[in-house]
Design a protein around this ligand. Sequence first.
Ligand SMILES: O=C(O)CCC(=O)C1=CC=C[C@@H](O)[C@@H]1C(=O)O
Ligand SMILES: [Mg+2]
Length: 341
Amino acid sequence: MRELPLLEQLEDTAVVVSVPLNVRFRGVEHREALLVRGPQGWGEFCPFLEYGPDESARWLACAIETAWEPAPEARRDRIPVNATMPAVGPERVPEVLGRSRGSVREVKIKVAEKGQSLADDVARVRAVRRAAPDAVLKMDANGGWDHREALEALRALAEFEPAYVEQPVADIEGLARLREAADKEGLRVPVAADESVRKESDPLRVARLGAADLIVVKAAPLGGPRNALDIIENAGLPAVVSSALETSVGMYSGLALAAALPRLEHGCGLGTASLLAGDLTADPLIPEDGCLPVRRVSPDPGRLDEFRADGGRRDWWMKRLSDSYQRLLARGERSGDAGHE
Ligand SMILES: O=C(O)CCC(=O)C1=CC=C[C@@H](O)[C@@H]1C(=O)O
Ligand SMILES: [Mg+2]
């Protein structure tokens, strides 16, 4: 980043919102976020509530980049996306898929949810196959299996010919070991790394250790689109851009990243605005025929009021903003009045 805006500039424009989801996703039922406004438009600072200041600082760098700096040069203006299927029962699958408009070309299905079994996963995947017979399927275990469970799951899921399984086990060495074991069995299921890229101090370790066939990249946890582009280039692996469950306003950082990528081999996980029961705009980024347009979204003032979080939640987010800002300064980012008009 060139220069950070002053903390006061961020605080002056900050609006804290809490938007309900229409289906529980990774334990979240309300998505909280702090929006800031810079010379380029709005940015969304929305680390999940349990994240500490070091991790959150990268999300703030992304919000600032999005609001204060022009997007990296775009190579496309429409992004193919996957529908995202939370760990719901099979009976809810048609309803969730129905929230995307038109045909759905790819579906990413959550598996390995705490308290559920492999049979639950297979039933959900089968229901998706039934509802979208021609769609490419992929699964995301969020590191929820151990080695033995993951191998068993890959065997059970192979019949659906997944494009990949995301983060089947939690750690990088485990991913490498699983790939080797799957290969020995002749299981042709590619492995993607997500948490092993965005939560590691060294996002390139996965690539160095040959622990994944591809990487999942998210603009916010990786410190913004430009940093994410550098990581992808240095990793030398195919990349899938995915959301961090932003509102349609924050989704722009992921769209800008996906638009700038030299190669885009898979649908991106940027269709998650359809998991929100409300959004900050009347024209949300809902996929149509498996694609999203690359466009910035400004919040509607009425909707900002509708979803505004006040009192204790606002105080909590303002403190988080300041803590994360201090971390960015401590990392050597310079503050100035960048972009001050
Ligand atoms: O990739 C997608 O289809 C949607 C985004 C998505 O799955 C996620 C968004 C935010 C937090 C993560 O737990 C989750 C993921 O693990 O990829
Ligand atoms: Mg994931």
